[in-house]
Design a protein around this ligand. Structure first.
Ligand code: ATP
Length: 132
């Protein structure tokens, strides 16, 4: 089965680098499955799990927005933050989720509500990837 290189990088580190058979992401316009030799494209991503298919295995990475660049044999995802399940601190994500929910329940500016909504999505993405 042919492969493409998947790299997931943040400003701080390279989170993931492997040869995979398929990459599935949630772009702003919907879910996208990328196979080797896909046409080149760049798209913003939602806060959502990225799935890497390797043979019969699926690996999931929590990617918190950012951009995906697809080249012929390479996919690069650049995000503010991204974690593997084993990197995720579950109690920190639970606290972040509670904090965001509390903020959303308060009357506040649209700006603060938007920030709390994004923080909630990040926390839920982390809990999802950590299997919680
Ligand atoms: P918190 O309020 O807990 O800081 P956050 O969503 O605001 O959460 P980010 O700004 O997305 O955090 O991330 C800042 C840094 O901390 C990134 O390097 C990210 O990978 C890491 N990080 C955030 N939450 C967790 C977590 N629950 N487990 C492991 N790493 C985390």
């Amino acid at each position: 089965m042919s492969t493409l290189r998947l790299e997931i990088v943040t400003p701080e580190r390279k989170v993931y680098e492997k040869d995979v058979n398929m990459v599935v992401v949630k772009g702003v316009a919907g879910e996208l499955g990328i196979l080797p030799n896909h046409i080149p494209l760049v798209t913003p991503l939602k806060i959502a799990p990225v799935k890497a298919k390797i043979g019969n295995n699926d690996e999931f990475i929590a990617v918190h927005g950012g951009f995906m660049e697809v080249r012929k044999d390479k996919v690069v995802i650049l995000a503010e933050a991204a974690e593997l399940g084993s990197d995720i601190d579950v109690s920190r994500a639970r606290l972040a989720k509670e904090r965001a929910e509390r903020r959303l329940a308060q009357k506040q500016s649209d700006y603060d509500a938007e920030r709390a909504e994004l923080a909630l999505q990040r926390a839920m993405n982390r809990l999802d990837i950590a299997g919680e």
